[in-house]
Design a protein. Sequence first.
Lengths: 140, 161
Amino acid sequence: VDLPIKAGHQPAPEIIMQIERSLVRGVVVVRIDGRFEFGTRNEYKRLIGQIVQEGYRRLVLDLEGVSFLDSSAIGLLLLTDQNFKLKKGIFSLVRPTGYVRQVIELANLPRVIPVYESLDDALAIGVEQDDQPAIRLPAS
Amino acid sequence: MTPAASISNMRWVQQVSATEAGIAEARQRAVHALRWAGLDGQHLFFLELCLHEALVNALVHGVYEHGASHIRLSCDVYAGWVRVSVEDDGNRFDELSVETPRVDEHPKGGRGLFLIHTFMSRVIPLPSGGGICMELDLNRNVPSSFRSILPIEESRSGLAN
């Protein structure tokens, strides 16, 4: 079959990944848009590593804008959760949608990592002590 | 669900550059071709996921770990079925025998194959050893069953069945 690609049509450019962090009521909220997968794992690892190093013990990952999620992302979510649990912190997911939600559910993640329908619900869950970073790094 | 009757038959083969950028480009082109054939919705999403997982496996286990230098991707759409094959020339183990990891384990691999087995109708090892062939029945919703949910406790299930 003579596909449109051979005729010179190219696939439309796709949004790879946008990742940004904010602080909401003392809790770090990371929002991901686009593809969360093998090819974008290093951006996620870099940002989460930075947040862990800064000593925060609460992290909410907003997945509303994620259009694609693979097994690498599932592995990273489980590692992030393990990391926060070791520090007696809380890691949670918010608003996975559509097929991404289906993948998360089939992988049994909600049995390990709390998944909330709204940011408010996720923020309402407390930690054992305060919400401040356990370690404060000097501002650079 | 894409109505199978509205799907065009096609065959799409490409040699994939054995790099991260190469597999991303191959995946994007294959999805474009599948969309051109008329697939959309859940069929397209889960086909993209599974062919992506197979390409990542070929890159990581075939190229990086076992010295493969070539990856070949083919997609066939015919009579209400889609067949996707990803082959590499690395000398590696029978990947279909990899056990499904528990959800709270952090293994080197296995989750990608779990997703492939969950969302595809049939998974067939390739005679050449390095690679995987998977088929999706477009007349059924995916996943066709929930038998493959990642175990969370003691029980472990092999993927080959």
